[in-house]
Design a protein around this ligand. Structure first.
Ligand code: SAH
Length: 367
């Protein structure tokens, strides 16, 4: 069956049968993920001055759609999938879309390990977690490169399966109203530390969560010094479930209400979006792509560090009803606090304002 995405043809069954291992996988609901990845590739190539040579790998290609979408930028494109049916679909797609590339039919770890320090851009988009591909991705990443990794096992780092999270990521999650931000930060920590083992520094540029998956994308440079400096962004989060106070770092007792706090981590405590990068992405992204909304939101929340608040959770914590989001944001802005909506949640607000001020404003808006 031929399907289409952004003007490219892909060969995959329209109805996906999850019980058939050999089937070529294609999920049209991953459009935002692929849109943002494609624009990130374009921006990185430009920023890094890699006009002459831009070597790209799609390590778990399935139909090959990601690789196809990088076709215009790559000077040397490689697509890999262990499933022979997928490799066949990729070959057909390359021909149909007139794209030149090398197709590999190997285990991704073997494929990537054969290309030490080679690729300027690596896409790792598996089923489930990316952890088993991190080592070979770090090996294959050039000293100046960009990598994007998808994980679809969000329930674990978002706290529904804390033991799975500890096993897979070595971190403690918390299931609460901003669990998806905790999950994203656990993923970033894991990627950063795996690159650090190779003296490579992973610098997050555009990381996000949508539905059941997260996408971690960032620049890789080879530098012990940079990596050492970035270690300061690996840490913990303290959270009080009694009054909803939260802060990066470890404390024993909530400074607001005195209750014992919960601790999540280790996780990434720095920014997960680089606003200079997303602003360039906004310049490059076509005006009519629906995924612009996601990118705009990421761009607007980039500079605010404190994990987001859910307006409903705050209101119910003080026993009142929720104010209108826009009015709440307006009040915070009037008080001079940095504030923005967040891509994580339609009723979420990102701000560094003290929690008592947030509650006072909600109380005030009741009147
Ligand atoms: N990136 C694709 C979706 C990939 S689905 C897209 O954007 O549409 C995951 C793919 O990884 C499947 O095609 C599966 O055959 C392949 N795969 C799973 N384990 C693998 C491994 N160890 N090595 C190589 N390919 C693998």
């Amino acid at each position: 069956m031929i399907m289409e995405e952004r003007g490219l043809e892909v060969f995959a069954p329209e109805e996906q049968d999850p019980d058939k291992d050999s089937e070529v996988f294609f999920n049209d609901k991953m459009l935002n993920n692929r849109d943002l990845s494609q624009v990130a590739a374009k921006v990185f190539k430009k920023k890094a001055g890699l006009d002459e040579e831009f070597r790209v790998a799609d390590a778990l290609a399935a139909s090959g759609i990601r690789g196809f979408r990088y076709g215009d930028y790559a000077t040397d494109l490689h697509l890999n999938d262990v499933n022979p049916d997928a490799a066949q679909a990729i070959r057909k797609g390359l021909e149909e879309n007139s794209i030149e590339a090398t197709v590999h039919e190997k285990d991704s770890n073997v494929f990537l390990s054969e290309f030490g320090n080679y690729f300027h851009f690596i896409d790792v988009d598996p089923f489930g977690s990316f952890t088993q591909f991190l080592d070979s991705t770090a090996r294959a990443a050039n000293h100046q490169s960009f990598v994007g990794l998808t994980a679809t096992d969000n329930a674990a780092p978002a706290g529904s399966y804390p033991t799975v999270c500890e096993r897979r990521y070595g971190s403690k999650p918390i299931k609460n109203d901003f669990m998806h931000e905790i999950g994203l930060r656990i993923y970033i920590k894991e990627v950063f530390q795996n690159f650090a083992r190779f003296d490579k520094c992973f610098d997050p540029k555009v990381c996000f969560h949508e539905r059941h998956y997260s996408r971690v994308m960032g620049r890789v440079t080879e530098s012990k010094k940079r990596t050492n400096q970035a270690l300061e962004h690996i840490g913990y989060l303290s959270y009080c479930k009694n009054c909803l106070w939260r802060k990066f770092g470890r404390v024993d007792e909530c400074p607001e209400c005195g209750e014992e706090v919960e601790i999540a981590g280790p996780l990434w405590t720095g920014k997960f979006v680089d606003q200079r990068f997303t602003s360039d992405m906004l310049d490059e992204m076509p005006e009519d792509w629906e995924s612009r909304e996601m990118l705009e939101r990421l761009d607007s929340e980039a500079e605010i560090i404190t994990p987001y608040y859910d307006i409903h959770a705050l209101a119910s914590n003080i026993g009142t009803s929720s104010p209108k989001r826009e009015e709440f944001i307006e009040r915070l802005r009037d008080k001079g606090y940095p504030v923005s909506r967040t891509h994580f949640n339609p009723t979420g607000v990102k701000t560094d304002a003290p929690i008592q001020d947030l509650k006072d404003i909600i109380q005030d808006l009741q009147a």
